[in-house]
Design a protein around this ligand. Structure first.
Ligand code: SAH
Ligand code: SF4
Length: 393
């Protein structure tokens, strides 16, 4: 046990941001419905009309994907001109789009301040999942995660969070055509996972507001059960996520003893396995149809023994759960190796026999560095990978 202790968080400051677009005018994307109404009033819309106008503008932006006020044909021309004078509809700029041999698409997006984030679209049989980022970098320093080697630059705004969905829909060409309104299961973009860069529960309000927009029935209209938020274990915010967002929850569990988890997921030093499990047991609506996903990265010789598998099922006893085994995705300078396929299968088998679904996540988009834990801003990747604490568990 001679590995240097990894700090829980990086020494960084998170800067709050206003909904200001690059040209200085107010961006309507990312405002809550009330926020949109207030903005329209502040720009001169009579109060008694404001709710209706906000509803109309909302539908143009989130249901039809329109970016120009000129195209909002159910509004009077002078009103459209007024909107164009005060506001913009701005989403992150796509700097690069890569498509993997397996169809996975990765977007490198530029946001205000010249920062960059990555968003990944994963097509699957019967659904399409968008993996979105919540921060530029991450405050936390999980030792197996590429994003964790990147200092946090800032939290994303609600506009930048929901904007990732809008950009993907642009690319997929999935804004409704007249008379065509695909059902969830036939949509190209049917599911959201907050599993990109960053710890979503450390950017709670922006993630909540972005997801509320995504769930709004008069817009992108994704059901709360098609959104999964993944956390490394920010215990005090877990109940709040259930109350205020209501989405499904995934937890980056990754170890079965505090000693090992302290080193893999350093936030464990603040909230250990027991307190995390207590918070999960209390997660409202916990039922078999809304099970918690336990993510478990398979690291050769570190956390992948039969004993680990047995401890895992014992720890989560009584929690409706599914265990998602993630073969470790390597990145340049990573201090771990992926467990062998046989080891992963043996581990999965023990978990399965204890009564839990134990799917092994197929790495997607590895050829374009789009797989879990490989995301990092391009500017950061160009720099030499920082030295990480060696894995000498
Ligand atoms: N910050 C959140 C969400 C982003 S990470 C969290 O930690 O849960 C999404 C998932 O990918 C997490 O379960 C994370 O532990 C896992 N992950 C990170 N790096 C990985 C890697 N190199 N290989 C496989 N999975 C990784
Ligand atoms: Fe951050 Fe999640 Fe990576 Fe940990 S695993 S460093 S919490 S993005």
């Amino acid at each position: 046990m001679t590995a240097p202790a990894t700090p829980i968080t990086q020494d960084v400051l998170t800067l709050p941001r206003k909904p200001v677009a690059t040209d200085g005018s107010t961006n309507l994307v990312g405002l809550t419905r009330d926020g949109l109404r207030d903005a329209l009033i502040a720009a001169g819309t009579p109060e008694r009309q404001a709710k209706m106008r906000a509803g109309q503008v909302w539908q143009w932006i989130y249901q039809k994907g329109v970016r120009e006020f000129e195209a909002m044909t159910n509004l009077a021309k002078p009103y459209r001109a007024m909107l164009a004078d005060h506001f913009v509809i701005e989403v992150p700029q796509v700097v690069r789009r890569e498509v993997s041999a397996d169809g996975t698409r990765k977007y490198l997006l530029r946001i205000a301040g010249g920062h960059e984030v990555e968003t990944v679209y994963i097509p699957e049989e019967g659904r399409g999942t968008l993996c979105i980022s919540s921060q530029v970098g991450c405050t936390l320093t999980c030792s197996f995660c590429h994003t964790g080697t990147q200092r946090l630059v800032r939290n994303l705004t609600p506009a930048e969070i929901v904007g990732q969905i809008m950009v993907a829909r642009d690319d997929l060409g999935e804004w409704p055509e007249p008379g065509r309104n695909p059902k969830d299961e036939t949509r190209l973009l049917s599911n959201i996972v907050l599993m990109g860069m960053g710890e979503p529960l450390y950017n709670f309000e922006a993630v909540r507001d972005g997801m509320r927009i995504a769930m709004d029935p008069e817009g992108i209209s994704l059901s709360r059960r098609r959104i999964t938020l993944s956390t490394s274990g920010v215990v005090p915010e877990i109940a709040r996520a259930a109350d205020e967002i209501g989405c499904l929850l995934a937890v980056s569990f990754h170890a079965t003893t505090d000693d090992v988890r302290d080193r893999l997921v350093p936030i464990n030093k603040r909230w250990n396995i027991e307190s995390l499990l207590d918070a999960l047991r209390a997660y409202p609506r916990l039922s078999n149809s809304e099970r918690i996903t336990f993510e478990y990265v398979m690291l050769d010789g570190i956390n992948d023994s039969d004993d680990d598998a047995r401890r895992l099922v014992k720890l989560i006893e009584g929690i409706p759960a599914k265990i998602n085994l993630i073969p470790f995705n390597e990145w340049p300078g990573a201090p771990y190796r992926r467990s062998s396929n046989n080891r992963i299968r043996a581990f999965a088998d023990i978990v399965y026999k204890a009564g839990y679904a134990s799917p092994i996540r197929t790495p997607r988009g590895e050829d374009i560095m789009a797989a879990c834990g490989q995301l990092k801003s391009e500017t950061e990747r160009a720099r030499r990978t920082e030295r990480r604490a060696p894995a000498t568990l």
